[in-house]
Design a protein around this ligand. Structure first.
Ligand SMILES: O=C1O[C@H](COP(=O)(O)O)[C@@H](O)[C@H](O)[C@H]1O
Length: 250
């Protein structure tokens, strides 16, 4: 697995580079196999990036009719709720783009039966990817929390050991607790994973994830090691403050 660690002075600069990165990945995927399959995260870090993708010059640099969008985790709240990961992207990105509604695959995490919702989202994904196996996303964009959680995979939870389900319900220690999340087998089938991590409160966990020994039960972000894929970490100076290797600093 190839890993790049890129460090930027501000969230603004990081978001600009991430937008360039996504445009390039989209155009390469569309040229190669006719479409771009993208999984988004939630949280606050990607807000600026999503806004940039919906504005000039980026919005016209991607053929959005050829982009299929999923979410790597979702909170079990209505899609209009301020805590909804879908709502964030809808508000700052999709509401401003010409993208066919059929290409936006919202996670039905607000349904009462969370097992059925996980299964339905898995089936929707397999339909779009036309596979009975594990879909390989062109790009999964992820964040990381201060305790090294990613998607809704949190330390010491059974979801970290999941080998069969691709999406599963979890109850996590961060509000809102009930969520649906991608599992390790789905994450690790990706062609490319892009982590966006900002803020001093994540520096300690980030050092453990990138430079410590492999302990994914303690540091869930370590579990993301795509078998045939590439991982790019985009960090701001504050998050990267404790890293000892900063030769790629910009
Ligand atoms: O709860 C979540 O947190 C992570 C990290 O969010 P951030 O605001 O610290 O970037 C996010 O990636 C995930 O999608 C979300 O549900």
């Amino acid at each position: 697995m190839a890993v790049d660690v890129l460090i930027y002075p501000t969230t603004e600069k990081l978001s600009l580079e991430a937008a360039d990165f996504i445009v390039k990945a989209a155009n390469e995927a569309i040229a190669d196999h006719g479409r771009f399959t993208l999984a988004l995260s939630g949280g606050s870090t990607p807000r600026k990036l999503y806004g940039m993708l919906a504005g000039d010059p980026y919005k016209d640099q991607i053929d959005w009719s050829k982009v299929e969008i999923f979410w790597s985790d979702e909170r079990c709240v209505p899609p209009t709720d301020a805590e909804s990961n879908f709502q964030l992207a809808q508000e700052v990105m999709f509401s401003k783009l010409q993208i066919p509604a059929a290409n936006i695959h919202r996670c039905p995490a607000d349904e009462a039966d969370r097992d059925a919702a996980s299964l339905a989202y898995t089936q929707e994904m397999k339909r779009v990817f036309q596979t009975d196996g594990v879909p390989a996303f062109d790009l999964i964009q992820l964040g990381m929390g201060p305790e090294a959680h990613t998607c809704s995979l949190f330390p010491h939870q059974a979801s970290l050991q999941e080998e069969v389900r691709l999406i599963m319900p979890v109850t996590v220690p961060k509000p809102p607790p009930p969520r649906l999340t991608f599992t390790p087998p789905l994450l690790n089938a990706a062609r490319h994973v892009l982590f966006l991590v900002t803020g001093a409160e994540k520096a300690e966990a980030l050092q453990a994830v990138l430079e410590g020994s492999y302990q994914p039960d303690e540091y869930p972000a370590q579990i993301v090691r795509p078998t045939n894929g590439h991982v790019t970490w985009m960090l701001d100076n504050a998050a990267a403050a404790r890293l000892s290797q900063k030769e790629q600093e910009r």
